[in-house]
Write a new protein. Structure first.
Length: 86
């Protein structure tokens, strides 16, 4: 999986929190114990403490060419209009 820094958060149309990642992708972040344990999601202070930390970006991992691992995506690669990309 590709680790990407969290730049910020916003709510989707259904009121669920979404992390905005440095690669331009977005990822839902939910606190649904016992399956998903992210208590920091429920408070503004908790979310603010997560900015700059990393999440695994499945979309970046799926888009990575064979033979490459880790590292940062090339500029413009992995950005999707309609999914938080330019």
């Amino acid at each position: 999986m590709m680790k990407r820094k969290i730049l910020g958060f916003h709510k989707d149309d259904e009121g669920h929190w979404v992390a905005d990642l440095e690669c331009g992708h977005q990822q839902h972040v939910r606190h649904r114990p016992p399956w998903i344990n992210r208590p920091w999601v429920v408070s503004e202070a908790g979310r603010q403490r997560q900015i700059g930390k990393t999440l695994n970006c499945k979309l970046c991992s799926d888009e990575m060419p064979a033979g490459r691992s880790g590292g940062r995506a090339e500029p413009g690669v992995g950005r999707h209009p309609g999914r938080g990309g330019p």
